[in-house]
Design a protein around this ligand. Structure first.
Ligand code: ZN
Length: 441
């Protein structure tokens, strides 16, 4: 990734300041890292990878442990129908809208220990420290763990937070199927969630004051620029669809090259075309677009048969909606052209298309202030990866704090964030919670 943000160091001296609470409470670093480690052990596999796919037994076990920890901290636990977990600390005004703080515990297949988990355990640590320190908070604060942020099982991301924000239609769920053929819609029906009552999972915006999320950057910028905190301005959103080429499965020995209708060769041409199209949209300010084919299914998928069917997943993202839509359109017209030239059929199945989201400017400036007060080098930056915050931003003011990811690697057992950075990020989160919970609406 290119340099895409503005760099700031602690320098602002004469800016007008709001009321501030002294940072007299400090998180318990040992406890934070202990709980992070305990959760990371659930779903651990070869090479230190972590797999907790949404609705899997491992996912449920990590959520059980979180509920235990929330209970131990004396927070009031509430679980909504999809399974989003809330641990509430009452404020001085119990009827005031709440500050929601959290992330997710589900992971990709063979993922890392930090993506999502840092945000949930960080929120837990911040809120229990505030409770223990009897820090006066005007608004209630709720630790939240959202269900199914990762899309690796169903190709459908931010499930729990989307439902909370009222951002899902049953149509969206129609094509969400896992590798074993299990439909996401069927899982929801089994939980008593149907399209008729989908809207009832939405949380009334009037009950929310703000949403805060601590997360690993999942990119290389903070580390490369030696910054400790990323102040996130906006989140790139994906447009996702499947492309299916249908040709003719024939014998690999008897069918002459010029008589073949090879679906996989058509797919291969499209994959190259997607890279070419996105490279033309590589400039950040004009709306940098990235496109990926991350999954490919071939039939019959044997060594001695020409592939008769090839199904590709396409994921296109940008923080500029227009640029993203243009690329998605171009990809589809390229696919049609390739199909025509190669004499195969092509079909498109939509998965989901979302608009990029801007995060709250005031929370962003507050984060800048906190970093400056603490003398922490920070970076103002967009997020290339999707997060629960992009759904919450639709119903409340949302802010995100990034901490550095070693070599920018994530969704891999190599994913790593320095424990010191995790603690620092959590302390910044705590101070942000105090300021937001106590600021006048
Ligand atoms: Zn995440």
């Amino acid at each position: 990734m290119a340099n895409q943000g503005r760099s700031k160091t602690a320098s602002r001296k004469n800016s007008p300041r709001r009321d501030r609470s002294p940072a007299s409470v400090f998180i318990n670093e040992r406890r934070l890292l202990r709980d992070l480690n305990a959760i990371s052990k659930i779903g651990i596999g070869s090479g230190g990878s972590v797999t907790r796919l949404v609705f899997s037994v491992k996912d449920l076990r990590s959520r059980q442990l979180l509920m235990h920890l929330l209970g131990q901290a004396g927070l009031k636990i509430h679980i909504d129908r999809i399974g989003n977990i809330f641990g509430r600390l009452e404020g001085l005004h119990p009827n005031a809208p709440a500050v929601l703080v959290g992330s997710h515990l589900d992971t990709v297949m063979h993922g890392g220990k930090f993506d999502g988990t840092v945000g949930v355990v960080g929120a837990l640590e911040a809120v229990r420290t505030l409770k223990e320190g009897r820090v006066p908070l005007a608004s209630p604060v709720e630790v939240v763990c959202f269900v199914g942020e990762e899309s690796s099982r169903f190709g459908f991301s931010t499930l729990g937070s989307s439902l909370l924000a009222g951002e899902i239609t049953f149509e969206d769920l129609t094509h969400a199927v896992d590798q074993d053929g299990t439909k996401l819609g069927d899982i929801l029906s089994n939980m008593g969630i149907y399209w008729e009552n989908l809207a009832s999972l939405k949380r009334a915006p009037s009950t929310l004051k703000a949403y805060l999320e601590l997360h690993i950057e999942q990119g290389p910028i903070l580390e490369a620029k030696k910054k400790k905190i990323g102040v996130v301005t906006s989140i790139a959103a994906p447009t996702r669809f499947r492309v299916i080429f249908v040709g003719q499965a024939d014998h690999s020995g008897t069918t002459p090259m010029e008589m073949r209708k090879d679906a996989l060769v058509a797919a291969a041409h499209l994959i190259i075309a997607i890279e070419e199209v996105c490279l033309k949209f590589s400039h950040v300010n004009k709306g940098r677009v990235v496109g990926t084919v991350g999954a490919l299914k071939i039939e019959p998928g044997v060594i001695n048969a020409i592939p008769g069917r090839a199904e590709l997943s396409v994921d296109v993202r940008s923080i500029k909606a227009e640029a993203k839509d243009r690329v998605a359109k171009l990809v589809k017209s390229k696919a049609k052209e390739i199909a025509r030239v190669r004499g195969v059929k092509v079909q498109f199945l939509p998965i989901r298309s979302e608009n990029p989201v801007a995060l709250d400017k005031d929370i962003g400036s507050l984060l800048e202030e906190i970093c400056e007060d603490k003398g922490l080098p920070y970076e103002i930056m967009p997020s290339g990866a999707g997060h629960d915050a992009m759904q919450l931003a639709k119903i409340t003011r949302a802010g995100m704090i990034f901490i550095p990811s070693r070599r920018g690697i994530s969704h891999s057992p190599m994913e790593w964030s320095d424990p010191k950075d995790i603690c620092l990020g959590t302390q910044v989160l705590l101070e942000t919670i105090v300021r937001v919970a106590n600021e006048a609406l």
